[in-house]
Design a protein around this ligand. Structure first.
Ligand SMILES: [Zn+2]
Length: 319
């Protein structure tokens, strides 16, 4: 990929050195007791004739398993962060333009970089979960360690493979802005039996949206055929295998499926070739459900914009 290292994107929220404020870190785990707790323990100590206060003062402080700053690692990751900054800005600038062509405004998503674990608007996030988008807070969560896994475990190295992953997650954000995510979410609630199939539709469309961005980069000579090949490998690699692992995570709904590798590369390619979100109606191929077809159809400016105000998507995440 042709790109020039720059600064850190304004849309990146760097929590790598403050991860873990989320679960387990605070409250009693920190063994800080307030004055109320102190008095309660004092009373209980008198009742049980034991000095219960030692429980909280004598023992060694719990080792902070998270949240320890690792500047050396930050430094090592600097090129990766610069690259992700470039991709994030480029992807979102592309969506700025696509939305503007419809006379609409694209609202930027944030990319949260974390290490080990953090808290999201959709619940706890940890490395094993893999990258995901949370519609509740409109943020993409990513532990950079995932890219090592992408390379080593899934055999998808290359800058564009990483770019594809990020563009796919931003694709989920676009789905939220277009009201598609909310409609599919409602359908999943009313048609539990269709849950997985609807999820596949959504995932494949995010792949297609990533391809739409890819089309734009191709036009601007940022990527070449070898990059595209890397992107396609990534699309094939992060399929259901990855999901099986994610199913064991705390955040990702276990019912998600992403479609086969062939489907994923196919839809990525469709976006890439056409550069048109209208080519991303995945329901035509992936489901026979007419309701889903309506939900996935190319956004109609009158009904879709502004994004559904009264939509109340259930808390959930999109891997
Ligand atoms: Zn996804």
């Amino acid at each position: 990929m042709q790109w020039t290292p720059g600064g850190t994107s304004g849309d990146i929220e760097d929590r790598r050195d403050s991860s873990g404020g989320g679960f387990g870190g605070g409250g009693l785990g920190g063994r800080h007791i307030g004055i109320g707790g102190f008095l309660l323990l004092l009373v209980l100590s008198l009742i049980f004739k034991q000095n219960l206060l030692t429980l909280f003062s004598g023992g060694p402080a719990p080792a902070p398993n998270v949240g320890s700053a690792n500047r050396a690692q930050d430094e090592a990751e600097r090129p990766e962060v610069q690259f992700l900054s470039f991709v994030l800005d480029d992807v979102q600038n592309t969506w700025d333009q696509i939305f503007a062509q419809q006379g609409q405004v694209y609202r930027h998503a944030k990319l949260v970089l974390y290490r080990d674990e953090t808290q999201s608007g959709c619940g706890g996030a940890e490395s094993a979960t893999g990258p995901f988008y949370c519609p509740e807070d409109e943020k993409v969560y990513l532990d950079l360690g995932f890219f090592d896994e992408l390379k080593n475990r899934f055999g998808a190295p290359g800058e564009f493979a990483q770019a594809y992953v990020l563009a796919h997650e931003i694709g989920h954000h676009v789905q939220k802005l277009l009201g598609i995510e909310q409609r599919i979410s409602r359908l999943q609630q009313s048609h539990p039996g269709e849950r997985n199939r609807l999820s596949v539709d959504l995932e494949l469309q995010a792949d297609c949206f990533a391809g739409v961005w890819g089309h734009s980069t191709e036009q601007r000579k940022i990527i070449d055929q070898s990059d595209i090949a890397a992107g396609l490998r990534a699309a094939a690699a992060v399929g259901d295998d990855r999901l099986q692992k994610m199913a064991t995570g705390r955040v990702a709904p276990d019912s998600f499926t992403h479609g086969t590798s062939a489907q994923r590369t196919d839809w990525f390619q469709r976006g890439l070739t056409s550069g048109d979100i209208g080519a991303c109606d995945t329901s035509q191929a992936a489901t026979e459900d007419p309701l889903a077809k309506a939900a996935m159809r190319r956004p109609d400016p009158e009904t879709v914009w502004p994004p559904d105000a009264d939509a109340t998507p259930k808390p959930g995440t999109l891997p």
